[in-house]
Design a protein around this ligand. Structure first.
Ligand code: ATP
Ligand code: MG
Length: 272
C-alpha cells in the first residue's frame, strides 16, 4: 500500500487564512465565475449556485486556487489521480473507522480539487445512506436523493445536481434511514452503480461512505469502487480501530490514509 499521509490541519472557524479574508473570498468568487461557463451540457441536471463564502465556513477550501490549505487537497488530488491512472481505476470510496473523522469534508474537497483539473470530470455520490451530508457542504436541499432511486424508482438523472462548478456533478442522498445494508446489497443498487459507471465512463466517481466500523455498509458496497481512502482524525481515531479498519478494507485497494484535524503540519509534508 502506498501511504499517502496527507495531513489536513485542524481548521477553525472563522477560517485562518494567511491572506486577508476578503481577498480569499474574491478569488473563490472568481473561480466560481470562471468555472460556471459550461463546456459540458447539463441540460437535464439541476444547477445549484454555490456560495463560496459559506462553503469556506464549512471547511470547503479547495475552491481556492492558491494558498497552503487548498494546496493540501491539490497535492492529495495529484497523488490519488496518479495511482488511479497507473492502475486504470476510476472510483474511490472515502471512509474512516468511525463517525465524524471528516470523510465528507475530505470527499467534497477532493471532488472539487479533481474537477478543477482541466479534463477531469467527477461524480460525487453520497453513499452514506444513513446520514447523507454532502448537500450540507454545498448548501442545497435535497427533495429526492439516491434513497428515492432505490425505493421509488426515481431515475438517477432526475436527482443529479451540478453545483456551478464545471466538471462536477453530485448524486445526493436524503433523509435518515436504517436497514441500509439490505438496500446496498439489493439488485436496484447494483443497477444504479452499473448505470452511473456506464454513463460516466470517463469520470472519476467518488463515493462518500459511512464509517467502516459502525455498520456493514462499507463491506457490502466494497465492489462498487476500485480503491479507498481512509480518513483518520488526530486524537479521535483509536489505533486499534484504525488497524481493524485497514484489515476490513483488505477487499479493496487502499490508496492510503488522510490524517485530518492535525494540530501541526509535519515538516516532511512539504515534500509533496
Ligand atoms: N480539519 C478539520 N478541522 C476541524 N473540524 C473539522 C475538520 N474536518 C472536519 N471537521 C468537522 O468535523 C465534523 C465532521 O466532519 P464530516 O461531516 O466531514 O465527518 P464525517 O466523517 O463525514 O462524519 P459522519 O460520520 O457523520 O459522516 C464537521 O462538523 C466538520 O466541519
Ligand atoms: Mg459523512
Amino acid at each position: 500500500m502506498d501511504r499517502l499521509e496527507k495531513v489536513i490541519q485542524k481548521m477553525t472557524e472563522p477560517p485562518q487564512a494567511k491572506e486577508p479574508l476578503e481577498k480569499v473570498i474574491e478569488k473563490a468568487k472568481e473561480t466560481v465565475k470562471e468555472t460556471s461557463t459550461d463546456s459540458i451540457s447539463y441540460t437535464q441536471t439541476k444547477r445549484h449556485k454555490i456560495d463560496p463564502v459559506l462553503m469556506r465556513q464549512r471547511r470547503v477550501i479547495s475552491l481556492e486556487k492558491f494558498g497552503p490549505e487548498s494546496e493540501t487537497f491539490r497535492l492529495l488530488r495529484t497523488k490519488v489521480l496518479k495511482q488511479l491512472r497507473d492502475n486504470n481505476w476510476n472510483s474511490i470510496g472515502v471512509t474512516a473507522p468511525s463517525q465524524g473523522a471528516g470523510k465528507t469534508m475530505v470527499a467534497v474537497n477532493l471532488a472539487i480539487a479533481m474537477a478543477m483539473e482541466v479534463n477531469q470530470t467527477v461524480l460525487l455520490v453520497d453513499l452514506d445512506l444513513r446520514r447523507p451530508q454532502v448537500q450540507h457542504y454545498f448548501d442545497f436541499e435535497v427533495k429526492q436523493g439516491l434513497q428515492n432511486c432505490l425505493l421509488n424508482d426515481v431515475p438517477v438523472a432526475d436527482i443529479l445536481v451540478n453545483p456551478s462548478i464545471e466538471r462536477l456533478v453530485i448524486l445526493p442522498g436524503t433523509g435518515t434511514m436504517e436497514g441500509t445494508s439490505e438496500l446496498l446489497t439489493g439488485h436496484k443498487m447494483r443497477e444504479i452503480v452499473q448505470e452511473i459507471k456506464q454513463r460516466y465512463q470517463s469520470r472519476i466517481i467518488i463515493f462518500d461512505l459511512p464509517p467502516v466500523l459502525t455498520s456493514d455498509d462499507v463491506l457490502v458496497s466494497m465492489d462498487f469502487f476500485d480503491s479507498a481512502l481512509m480518513v483518520v482524525a488526530e486524537g479521535e481515531s483509536k489505533p486499534a480501530d484504525i488497524s481493524k479498519s485497514i484489515q476490513l478494507l483488505s477487499g479493496t485497494n487502499l490508496l492510503g490514509t488522510v490524517l485530518n484535524k492535525a494540530e501541526k503540519m509535519p515538516e516532511h509534508i512539504g515534500q509533496y
